[in-house]
Ligand binder design. Structure first.
Ligand code: EPZ
Length: 422
């Protein structure tokens, strides 16, 4: 296993481009199952989760080819409808194949995703929604066994806003008969991007970006000659936070600032200096400390849970007290204890973290527990005095494309070493 050895205190400088969105590419890849013929998806990030989804599609029988930043998916040879435990356990988004397999082939067997480092992660809303479309679903030996004749449109009100359930039900509804209405749907940009892709291949979905989606079932969908996924707003926020914590001078570009409206408002309140452009942001150095600014994670357009850990890292060195409330995942403060090893003053009370800013962090050995926690510890390491070793950075490979190279190109001093080397 590899670790990052970070020599803190270097101000980042230069410009850096954001990669394509992992969380938009994953459902779009699953959506390719629905098409008759090949689809070409561009600007994908070559990260582990994308490769795992590619592998899963291959296991189902599809042909998957990678070419630079493009992926070509030909689903016509799919003959197997089972997503095995070995793949689902490494990536929960594998559940996205359930809706498409069911609606196109009338059957799907998908391993139940277990819990993960950030919480329980149930899938009840996915299953209830598919049942409302007429699927019969049972759980046996750790697998979801779903069957149906032609699915039939219905009105589904989600108990809770869920990105994954919105996507799974929507994917199934595209080839169902009649109209499906999803109320309390997710408004996340990744859902909107999936809808744009589906409509580009012949689906009829209205209401993208609102909490009500109206999906008129169509007979078939064609493949796509080329669809570019949106840039990764979470990666953008991660790079921006890294630049700010080092008081750097950095242009982060190739993303949509409108996907991060609340994040930028919070940054402004904190006193960070930046200038927004159409597809990027200039981060400028500042002299004094940032001010502690509270956040509550909520579904889009609220403050993203996927930026909570990075925000916490930034706030550890802001002045005053910051309260962070995590409302999406019940166990997403694992990074707090690690940040405390670097000198941060953080108290956890249920789903609330109370951070009292310190003047500086000091380098320490820390351990990453998930993708975003890894990013938070790296951000903290960039500003800490001395050397920070971040272990278990394999989590990063799941969702950040070339993060090491990107930070190094901005002047960060990081060595990637084997964990066994002391
Ligand atoms: C997606 O997960 C993202 N993953 C997560 O990003 C992100 O944290 C999350 O959305 C919230 O924005 C991908 O896009 C692959 P949800 P998802 O269904 O779809 C509850 C990352 O770091 N819920 O919107 O699984 C659930 O417990 C990852 O890139 C149910 O109760 O999240 C949570 O409290 C981590 N029943 C809330 O809804 C269900 O059936 C939102 O979850 C489904 C969800």
């Amino acid at each position: 296993m590899k670790k990052f050895v970070i020599y803190g205190g270097k101000k980042l400088k230069g410009k850096v481009k954001v990669s394509g969105s992992k969380n938009a590419t994953l459902p779009i890849m699953a959506a390719c199952i629905l098409a008759d013929g090949q689809s070409v998806i561009s600007d994908i990030p070559l990260v582990q989760d994308i490769k795992t989804m590619g592998k899963l599609l291959e296991v189902l029988g599809a042909t998957v080819e990678y070419q630079d930043k493009n992926i070509k998916i030909t689903p016509d040879t799919i003959k197997n409808y089972k997503a095995p435990y070995e793949l689902v356990k490494t990536m929960r988004a594998s559940i996205y194949v359930l809706g498409p397999l069911l609606t196109k082939y009338g059957q799907a067997i998908v391993s139940m995703p277990g819990g993960c480092a950030i919480g329980l992660r149930p899938i009840d809303l996915h299953l209830k929604g598919l049942e409302k479309l007429g699927a019969s679903i049972k759980i046996e030996h750790g697998y979801i066994i779903a069957k149906s004749k032609k699915l039939k449109g219905n009105t589904i009100v989600l108990d809770k806003v869920s990105l994954g359930a919105t996507i799974n039900i929507m994917l199934a509804a595209t080839l169902a008969s009649g109209t499906t209405i999803i109320k309390n749907a997710s408004k996340e940009p990744e859902v909107v991007d999936t809808i744009n892709f589906l409509n580009s291949i012949g689906a009829d979905i209205q209401g993208a970006g609102t909490d009500t989606l109206i999906i008129k079932g169509v007979r078939n969908l064609k493949g796509s000659q080329g669809y570019s996924v949106i840039p990764d707003r979470i990666e953008a926020a991660t790079l921006i936070t890294a630049a700010i914590i080092t008081k750097g001078d950095v242009f982060v570009y190739g993303f949509k600032p409108e996907h991060l409206t609340l994040f930028f408002e919070k940054l402004k309140e904190s006193g960070a200096k930046f200038k927004l452009e159409n597809s990027g942001v200039h981060i400028f150095p500042y002299k004094s400390r940032l001010k502690g600014i509270d956040v509550i994670t909520e579904p889009y357009p609220g403050f993203p849970t996927d930026i909570q850990a990075q925000w916490m890292a930034l706030m550890t060195v802001a002045s005053g007290r910051t309260i962070i409330k995590e409302t999406i995942w019940e166990n997403r403060f694992m990074h707090a204890l690690e940040l405390a090893r670097m000198g941060a003053d953080i108290k956890i009370d249920g789903n609330t973290a109370i951070i009292t800013g310190v003047k500086k962090l000091t380098g320490a050995n820390v351990m990453a527990s998930d993708l975003r926690a890894s990013a938070a510890l790296i951000i903290a390491g960039l500003t800490a005095e001395g050397i920070t070793e971040v272990r278990r950075i394999y989590h990063l490979d799941r969702g950040y494309e070339n993060l090491y190279q990107k930070l190094a190109s901005l002047g960060a001093k990081i060595d990637v070493m084997d964990e066994s080397i002391i």
